[in-house]
Design a protein around this ligand. Structure first.
Ligand SMILES: Cc1cc2nc3c(=O)[nH]c(=O)nc-3n(C[C@H](O)[C@H](O)[C@H](O)COP(=O)(O)OP(=O)(O)OC[C@H]3O[C@@H](n4cnc5c(N)ncnc54)[C@H](O)[C@@H]3O)c2cc1C
Length: 580
């Protein structure tokens, strides 16, 4: 006999545990979380923020690889996604950049306005002030399960980067990434790290937040949502079927709702295996069509990110001595973290952050740019003057994704400038390759597919290079590009940067959009403003896949906001039913 729960949450990543935690505050509700990965409680590499790349393959990851990307000269990109309780909030960079309010206003619903999303993001947060950091009191929450604090006081290379930003027209507004009001400036990105330890979404339902009305089943890969058609023809979610690691199948029933929270790549896959999606794609893999929803898996967006490296002439400005010169860096860092929760692994190694509007530069220099159509009051990326075109940040030593392996040796010091594109115009897709729930989905992000993305990315790296080579903080201490022999520090024009951009652009780990929120008359919309799947009763999607467009920032904080709001809508519906 199948167990019955009020709510079944498919995916115990970032959004899933938030929703479970909030729903279970009502002790009368019985909640089930099904997570494909393992519990994360004993994984040190999850709790040490600096160990993030250790989780980007193997059993803690979905091991998704993109299709060859035409915009990147045919390159394939690894697309890490956390597969563990806490999901990508346990494997990410801990950076909290919430975007600007206009990003959410652009979603087109009063329920999802900038003010609403910033309220919901604050609800998740307990902010821990630091004496050295002038935070904006109102911008933060103080009683949520997610512990957020500024990173460690900046290393000299981060201070130098702030000098660069300021000298190049980006004023210093220390807490700008929490207020959502500055499209052009520099400041500090808060972190989901407190006292040297990462805090994840799993904290909503584990340790001191554990509740007897939440059941968590790990190693439970959801195959599909069980749908049944009632006598009046309404299609309704009645439960879910999952497969454990020994391939046993189990059905669980719901008396109220199923909430899919598998993330941008896996939520559309769960819907498609359940018969919800574009008819032709479902038929191609032999799934009987329950709802022909053409938007499922479409509209994939991912901020395109690039790392550009530089070598310094001077010692002691970066953290290279501890991170790259020490042959036992990981062992020593781990030991210090175990004993004191300090050391290089207690911090995600990024320094100063900036937003910039660069539209004017392209308007000035590029005829192609000037010829792109635009809406009134918007640039060709469809952004207003209140939204940034690019985000910039620097690493505090040589480091980055695992493919970068030119580690400096003793006597060498390097860092990177990172640039990512806001308002991107390229759109990709996710599909399932088969009915096997363990097979990673087909993912084609179509990076740099749209010319506007290539032009703005190239302008972004051109500006980033000017920051480093001409900015007041580093112009006298940079030797040139890294690794030795690199010439990129000499490039001057947008055209010169384009081949570099095509070669080195990759994922920013921020996919969204594949089950997009939209109005009923939008045939590509998958969920309505309450995150209910069109055409099915009792089924919602709540994770980054619902974002119709990506905000300008990093996607973890909006994930928390989306989940907090999803829980509010689910509870409102529950109370309305109970009143009846
Ligand atoms: C390497 C990396 C670095 C990043 N850095 C940052 C950063 O510094 N700052 C920032 O803001 N954002 C960052 N992000 C992005 C951010 O972490 C994510 O956008 C956000 O956490 C996504 O939340 P989600 O709930 O949509 O998906 P996820 O957190 O990925 O959760 C989905 C969950 O569903 C589970 N699941 C999927 N399919 C099934 C199934 N069939 N059955 C059962 N369970 C299933 C998964 O295992 C996972 O636990 C990063 C992401 C990564 C991967």
């Amino acid at each position: 006999m199948a167990e019955t729960y009020d709510y079944i949450i498919c995916g115990g990543g970032t959004c899933g545990p938030v929703i479970a935690g909030r729903l279970s505050e009502d002790p009368s509700l019985k909640v089930l979380v099904l997570e494909a990965g393992n519990p994360s409680k004993d994984m040190d590499d999850v709790h040490m923020p600096g160990a993030w790349t250790k989780n980007h393959s193997g059993h803690t990851d979905w091991n998704i690889v993109s299709t060859p990307q035409a915009g990147l000269n045919g390159k394939v990109c690894n697309l890490p996604r956390g597969r563990l309780l806490g999901g990508s909030s346990g494997t990410n960079g801990t950076i909290c950049v919430r975007g600007v309010k206009q990003d959410y206003d652009d979603w087109g619903f009063p329920e999802w306005s900038g003010d609403e999303m910033f309220r919901a993001m604050k609800k998740a947060e307990t902010f821990h002030p630091k004496e050295w950091f002038p935070h904006v009191e109102d911008a933060h929450g103080y009683d949520g399960p997610l512990h957020i604090a500024p990173a460690l006081p900046p290393l000299p290379i981060a201070e130098r980067m702030f000098e660069n930003f300021k000298s190049k027209g980006l004023p210093y507004r220390p807490d700008m990434f929490s207020t959502g009001e500055t499209p052009n400036g520099c400041g500090h990105a808060m972190r989901t790290t407190y006292e040297g330890r990462r805090t994840t979404a799993a904290d909503y339902i584990t340790a001191d937040q554990e509740r007897s009305n939440v059941t968590i089943i790990c190693n439970a890969t959801v195959d599909k949502v069980i749908l049944e058609r009632g006598a009046d023809g309404t299609l309704e979610a009645k439960g879910a079927e999952y497969v454990d690691k020994d391939s046993n199948r189990t059905r669980v029933n719901t008396s109220r709702e199923v909430i899919v929270a598998g993330g941008t790549y896996c939520s559309p896959a769960i819907l498609m295996r359940s018969g919800i999606g574009p008819k032709k794609d479902l038929e191609a893999v032999g799934v009987p069509v329950q709802v022909d929803l053409p938007g499922v898996g479409e509209n994939l967006q991912d901020h395109q990110l690039i790392f550009m490296y530089y070598e310094l002439k001077e010692a002691d400005l970066t953290d290279d001595a501890r991170v790259n010169h020490d042959p036992n860096a990981y062992e020593n860092g781990h030991k210090e973290w175990m004993e004191k929760k300090t050391g290089w692994l207690a911090n995600f190694p990024f320094g100063a952050f900036g937003f910039a509007r660069l539209n004017d530069r392209l308007e000035r220099d590029s005829e192609e740019w000037r010829n792109f159509p635009r809406r009134e009051g918007r640039d060709p990326m469809d952004l207003t003057e209140t939204q940034p075109n690019m985000e910039f940040f620097n690493t505090i030593c040589y480091g980055g994704p695992p493919e970068y392996t030119d580690f400096p040796k003793e006597g060498q010091w390097a860092f990177s400038m990172c640039a990512f594109l806001c308002g991107l115009q390229s759109r990709g897709e996710v599909k399932i390759k088969s009915l096997d729930p363990f097979q990673p989905p087909y993912v084609d992000p179509r990076y740099l597919d749209d010319r506007r993305d290539l032009l703005m990315m190239s302008e972004g790296v051109r500006f980033a290079n000017e920051l480093v080579m001409e900015g007041a903080g580093t112009k006298d201490i940079v030797k040139g590009g890294w690794p030795p022999g690199a010439e990129h520090h000499k490039y001057k024009t947008n055209e010169q940067w384009q081949p570099f951009v095509k070669k080195y652009t990759s994922t920013s780990y921020h996919p969204g959009g594949t089950c997009k929120l939209g109005k009923k008359d939008d045939k590509m919309a998958v969920v309505d403003q309450y995150l209910q799947v069109y055409g099915v009763k009792g089924l919602r999607v709540a994770d980054c896949s619902v974002m119709p467009t990506l905000h300008s920032g990093h996607t973890m904080m909006p994930a928390f906001g989306i989940a907090e709001k999803a829980a509010e809508y689910v509870l409102q519906a529950a109370h309305a039913v109970d009143l009846q």
